[in-house]
Design a protein around this ligand. Structure first.
Ligand code: SAH
Length: 260
């Protein structure tokens, strides 16, 4: 009998930002296949007999190639198990979730996708930055700072012309190039810009300045990956819209495993 794979978004970091359905899946999983950015607290919600498989990658070190992760999911499901593939943020936002589900679909393994709060929106919110605002940005654009090898380079001229908020994920190792290219292609050097590290975790930290100053601002503040880079007028609201999130323990949220 075939099992099933649940591709679940863990949310940006604060464990209580997982969806009700996602938490239900974790509590019912036979096996949990998880990434580096997934927090411990969520793993602790798995049952005592759930097998945990860490397939996390570090920036310079790729312990498990994507093909192998796909094969782990297939093999576990073919054993008839309820498999939860837990990914940071939303599984379809730069998470290779699409590639994983594609593999499952091709071999006929049942699957379900449980979306999560992406760091690109929820992470910024926790740093006091609304991704849109009627007075400041009527669109937003989520961009990867890390293109697959062999792909066309970024179209900086087009990106520099966009009026909406630019949110760049996986951009910290390229922050100098990103800021310099946007300025070179016409984005005003005084456009507000910020970087947010470990957004929504209790170690969240951010630095703000302008497109021209951000590369130095992040060094001064010690901001490194994983961090979001955000460029646009909405960054100005940060000092006003800061808040202290209420801490919420997942194990106090009972009863979710009875939903089914
Ligand atoms: N699927 C994820 C993104 C995966 S790509 C999502 O929807 O959020 C990984 C990149 O996301 C990191 O390099 C970083 O740029 C960003 N990221 C994810 N979680 C983050 C967090 N809590 N704080 C800051 N950046 C984060």
């Amino acid at each position: 009998m075939k099992g099933k794979v649940w591709l679940v978004g863990a949310g940006p970091g604060d464990a209580s930002l997982i969806t009700v359905k996602g938490l239900h899946c974790i509590r019912n999983a036979d096996v949990l296949v998880y990434d580096r950015l997934v927090c411990r607290e969520l793993l602790e919600e798995a049952s005592a007999d759930c097998e945990l498989i860490n397939v996390g990658k570090t920036p310079n070190n790729h312990p498990i190639p994507q093909d192998e992760i796909n094969q782990i999911l297939v093999a576990q499901a073919l054993m008839g198990r309820e498999v939860v593939r837990l990914k940071g943020g939303d599984p379809y936002v730069f998470g290779r979730g699409g590639e994983e589900v594609e593999t499952l679909a091709k071999v006929g393994i049942p699957f379900e996708v449980v979306p999560g709060i992406t760091s690109a929106i929820g992470g910024l919110a926790y740093a006091g930055i609304p991704v849109t605002h009627r007075d400041h940005a009527s669109s937003f654009h989520v961009i990867t700072g890390h293109l697959q090898q062999g792909k066309e380079p970024q179209d900086w001229a087009t990106l520099a012309r966009l009026q909406g908020t630019l949110v760049i994920l996986m951009g910290m190792s390229q922050i100098d190039t990103i800021c310099a290219q946007l300025i070179e292609h016409g984005k005003p050097a005084d456009t507000p810009a910020a970087a947010v590290m470990y957004a929504s975790r209790n170690v969240q930290q951010s630095a703000a300045g302008t497109l021209a100053t951000l590369p130095e601002d992040v060094i001064r503040a010690g901001i490194k990956a994983p961090a979001l880079i955000v460029i646009g007028e909405v960054v100005q609201l940060q000092s006003l819209l800061q808040f202290t999130p209420t801490a919420m323990q997942l194990n106090e949220i009972a009863g979710i495993s009875e939903i089914a």
